[in-house]
Every structure is written in C-alpha cells, then in structure tokens.
Design a protein around this ligand. Structure first.
Ligand SMILES: [Zn+2]
Length: 323
C-alpha cells in the first residue's frame, strides 16, 4: 500500500498538472469503492480544484465553494469541501487527454475545463473515493495524528515513551503519526538501531530522538526518489519510484545487513512482517525471530561453498600508491 512518500509523489504530480482546473462533469464505472457515488456526480461539477494535499496515506483535492448569486448554496456546496482519494493497493490517478482511450479498470472520469480527464484506475479496487464537505470532512480527519515530517522531536520523544505499545506498532498507529506504513517503519528502526518489538516506554530519550531523525531523513529521501515501487506503484506521470533500491531492512530477509554483515531476519510485530538486523537491533526478551525460509537457507548454503562469506577488508596502507 502506498505510504507517505508514494502518496506525496502522486500529490506533487497532481499539483503540477490539475490545480486551478475546473471539473466539468463526472462519469463513473464500478462504484463499490466510492462512499456515495451520487454525491460525486451531484457536487463536483462546477467546482475548481484549489489545492492537492497529502494527508497521511491519502490525498485531498480541495474544492472551491459554489456560490449562487452571493448567497450560500442550499445543498451545502458553499462550504469547504474535498474529494478524498485513497489509492488502496493498486490505485492510480492522473490527467489524460479526454480523447485518449482509457486504461482497463478505469472507474472514475472527471472531465476538466481544458479537455483533459482526471482518471482513477484501480484493478483491485481497494482504494476509496469520497466527497466530503464541512462536518463530514472534519470528522474524517479528526482521528489522525501528526504528520511525521512536522512532528517535533520533543513531541515525538514524549509520545513514544509514554506508550506501552511496541515501537513498530506505534509507528504504524495512524492516530499517533499519519502516513507511516510497514516499509518506512522498518527502514527507520533499522537506521536507528531499534528492534521493532521494543516497547516505546523502554526507549531512552536519545534512542527516541534518533528514531525521529531517522524517520524524517528516510521519508525525505524517499520523497526525493519518488517513493518505493514494490508492487506496481507509479507516480501521477506514470514513472515508478526508486527508493526500493535503498531499502536496508524491508524485504531483505536472508541478505546481509549493510552495516554489519549479519543476516537480516524477520519477526511478526503488530501482525506485520518486520525485518531487522539481529546484531544492530537486539531483540527484547520473549520476541521470537522466525526461521529463515528454506529457499533462503539453501541459497545461503550454496553461496557459502562457492565463495568465502566475508572478504577481508584491505588496509588503507595497501591501498595507498607506493612511493
Ligand atoms: Zn547489522
């Protein structure tokens, strides 16, 4: 599922391409992932897209109010409103020339005032579209915690250390931080050298502060690299992300830790696969590390007989040119 950096990548693409455009009409295909399809058809035409915001793991297309001769519109369209776009597992949203044939699994078409169509495509339909105005919008946003890029180190440290929850569960808890998922939680914990099953309450202040810094650095770097494309994530311009090449823990079970060479292992925390280095991120008591899968063990055994496991690092002296 797209996390903060992937959603930010899509939002940036949309900010460049559709802000300021007016929605002329709405056409829907399958609607089982749309909160109230009729509301989209009723309330979107005539509204201008004023801004595209990322909010946690979803986007809000902020819509201009509709004014009928200066007095508030009877149907509530004069209030602030937004189209919520959640990409789910396989959702994509991008503007295309209206004349261009649409991709398979395109379920929502928003005709814009420049003859382009903003199209939402989603083969698995785990995403969500919702028209939200005034109170409904406020209620939708209310349960979410701080943006991980905006939370201060003081607030993060204080919040993390009063919880009895495991730190990985805490990072995934959207009422604490909005937008962090499995990939960036594991990557941040690896960088901060904290085991995912540690209880927040057992972290030292310095450890929690290190985690705050690691999380922000990793999210910023991942945004720069347009997110991670691990299944079929594409930005609004159809380009995949690059950050998956920089993963140090996530999905690397059986591969050597890039810091110490020890094999990355997996455990289950908060019901999710969690990847960690057993040396850099020591396990708390009672946490079970899962056995390496048979195929990983076989591959490791084969590579051990083929070549020495660790090459000796050459000393600086031998690298220096002679004379
Ligand atoms: Zn390590």
């Amino acid at each position: 599922m797209p996390e903060l950096p992937e959603v930010e990548t899509v939002a940036r693409g949309l900010r460049r391409t559709i802000v300021g455009r007016k929605i002329m009409s709405v056409r829907l295909g399958k609607t089982d992932f749309i909160d109230d399809p009729a509301a989209l058809e009723q309330h979107l035409p005539g509204r201008q897209i004023e801004a595209v915001e990322r909010y946690g793991k979803f986007m809000l297309l902020r819509l201009s109010p509709v004014e009928s001769d200066g007095s508030p519109a009877a149907n509530g369209d004069s209030a602030p409103a937004a189209l919520l776009v959640h990409l789910g597992m396989t959702g994509q949203i991008a503007p295309n020339p209206a004349s261009q044939p649409s991709e398979k699994h395109t379920h929502a078409f928003f005709l814009l005032d420049d003859n382009r169509e903003l199209r939402y495509t989603d083969p698995r339909r785990f995403g969500r579209l919702a028209y939200l105005a005034a109170k409904a919008l406020a209620e939708e946003l209310q349960p979410f915690g701080a943006d991980p890029l905006e939370i201060t180190v003081e607030e993060f440290v204080q919040q993390a250390r009063i919880r009895r929850a495991r730190i990985k569960a805490l990072l995934l808890d959207q009422s604490f931080l909005r937008g962090v998922g499995n990939i960036y939680a594991d990557e941040s914990l690896w960088r901060a050298k904290i085991h995912p099953a540690r209880l927040g309450a057992t972290l030292k202040k310095e450890q929690a502060a290190t985690l705050h810094r690691a999380l922000q650095e990793i999210l910023k770097k991942a945004i720069q690299m347009r997110g991670s494309s691990i299944s079929d994530f594409l930005g609004a311009d159809g380009q995949p992300g690059e950050y998956q090449r920089h993963h140090r823990a996530y999905g690397r079970e059986g591969k050597p830790c890039e810091r110490c060479g020890v094999v990355i292992r997996r455990t289950i925390v908060a019901g999710r696969s969690s990847y960690f280095c057993p040396k850099c991120q020591p396990s708390p008591k009672g946490c079970t590390t899962l056995a390496l899968p048979a195929r990983v063990q076989a591959a490791r055994a084969a590579s051990k007989t083929a070549k020495p496991q660790r090459r000796k690092r050459r000393s600086n002296a031998s690298r220096r040119p002679k004379g």
